[in-house]
Design a binder for this molecule. Sequence first.
Ligand SMILES: Nc1nc2c(c(=O)[nH]1)N[C@H]1C(S)=C(S)[C@@H](COP(=O)(O)O)O[C@H]1N2
Ligand SMILES: [Mo]
Length: 319
Amino acid sequence: MLIKRAQEIRSSEITDEQQYHNRRQFIQQTSGGALGLVAGATMLSNSAAQLQAQEPIPNLQPSPFSTDEDLNSFEDITTYNNFYEFGLQKEDPSRYAHEMTIDPWSVRVEGEMNKPAADVPLEDILRPHTLEERIYRLRCVEAWSMVVPWVGFPLGDLIRRFEPTSNAKFVRFETLHRPEEMRGQRGRSLEWPYVEGLRMDEAMHPLAILAVGVYGKTLLNQQGAPLRLVVPWKYGFKSIKSIVKIQFVREQPLNSWNVAIPNEYGFYSNVNPEVDHPRWSQASERRIGSFFRIRTAMFNGYAEQVASLYEGMDLRRNY
Ligand SMILES: Nc1nc2c(c(=O)[nH]1)N[C@H]1C(S)=C(S)[C@@H](COP(=O)(O)O)O[C@H]1N2
Ligand SMILES: [Mo]
């Protein structure tokens, strides 16, 4: 069990927004007290994606960073995914990600830090943190977007625990590499493992979170269970899934999409309607589940919070 239930909460399947809002209210009414997080994620051993048992996460606090836009349905969020480790089609992750085992799970934390390098069990990664609900827009570089009610905690809070030194200028992340369970890794659609990185000040920004859940329950594998990054002002590919390694490094890391197609995908990858992708416009996006295109906002609508991180930088060159 990943999350210890402080109180039993209603765990009926949630498939639409109205139901969800009712449930959120319920969660808010019954919340109070810190979360107890315990060991031994025995949550999953599936023969089919539908059998992935999600655990309810109680006592979620709403976040002032949440958007109040309409949420995408649980169905959209869990069946229209990019997770190339399971294939290139949007429905491939929901078909095949159950083949990945996520119990036990640990994260190797190493690099320029005062604490010794260690394989940290997932429960120790989570234990000190209070989980919040963060409703964020996720804007894929392919010009579609979703609104997702994540459950997570600030990445910066985790980083601080390991006391990175002043040599740590960037944070580098790796996804699990296990071709036996991740069929896409048997091919060469990308170089494996999937790698991403953030500049230290980006990683410390309060909007950047590590997510463990969605819609009030633990993540399904196709969403990057048991632990994935969410950086809402950047294109979706920065939000690396199923993280097994976090390194504090001196140099800007090479990230998978930049290595694969450097003239199309950079390191920064800030959502920017003024800088088109070489093959398509980034000025607008299609919200999944809607027919209409909407205008894309600078930094995906989070400019007020993050623009200062990039002051003086040429965002055309640093794409
Ligand atoms: N390990 C890994 N992480 C990944 C990807 C991937 O292929 N592999 N795809 C990225 C891309 S392109 C996007 S848009 C988001 C999609 O997240 P979602 O499926 O939860 O919407 O995950 C990102 N994280
Ligand atoms: Mo993406």
